[in-house]
Design a protein. Sequence first.
Length: 67
Amino acid sequence: MASPRALARLQKLIWILIYGGLLAAVLGLATEREDDALGWSLVVAGSVVAAAGFTLIWVRSRLREDA
């Protein structure tokens, strides 16, 4: 059971993680042309952050709002 306020914060965090992670991954792909190590680091880090956001979608689906 979670309060509506906690669920709203969780939903904001989910979208920040997803969009931030995807942005970092795309920036990593663009950076890879100039600096291979930095580019792959950004791609991996961005992918992990986006995956965390997608995992939190599953967590959110399991939570129920307080009455």
